[in-house]
Write a protein that binds this ligand. Sequence first.
Ligand SMILES: [Zn+2]
Length: 237
Amino acid sequence: MSKVKRSYYEDSYQKELTAIVTAVNDEWVELDATIFYPLGGGQPGDTGIMTGPDEKAHQVLDTRKGDSFDQIKHQLDTDDHGLKPGDSVDIAIDWDRRYKHMRMHTCMHLLGSLIPVPVTGGSVGADKSRLDFDLGEHTLDKEDLTTRINALVAEAHPIAFGTITEAELDEHPELVRTMSVQPPRGVGDIRTVRIEDVDYQPCGGTHVNNTSEVGVVRINKIENKGRRNRRVHLLLE
Ligand SMILES: [Zn+2]
């Protein structure tokens, strides 16, 4: 099985790519390289368009990881697409949606940096997102958090991407903030995201290059999910 090239890691801003079909299973199509992010780590799979050699454009409804880490599957709107291994296809992501995911996902790191307790879950959406915290004795204030998160955005912190080995990560377990989303193991080095002077952690999602791109953020609700747990909801304005 050939290993898919994850072009969205080299450049999360790439909107189009020409790739070769490597496998087809009904409406699911695998490629040798992709800019489509597959559902994972609380971030939705990308949607967009895949155009085959016959110039027919198909909607990509979703993107998922395959059974192996080497696979990424694009779900087309039909299994009658006529694509076969070896075909060259032009792919384009729904950039407006993905860019919102990148801004939101980056925003989740900012929020996490302001609340130094374990994260127990989370979900990134184009319009709204949420992050769950095991709060313990900490308290949260909606207005205060909104002010502080927008300050981090305004400070325009650059964001850099790197990798860490599994052995290095084992030596620094405190880097993994989320109990529910652990980085994948046994597949080589793990991707890291560093928001300069703010946050550093392993993360496989897509992010913007500078916090200033996040835009205006509003914490619109803090929900009580039990004695210790709080769900923080946020919107981009
Ligand atoms: Zn992330």
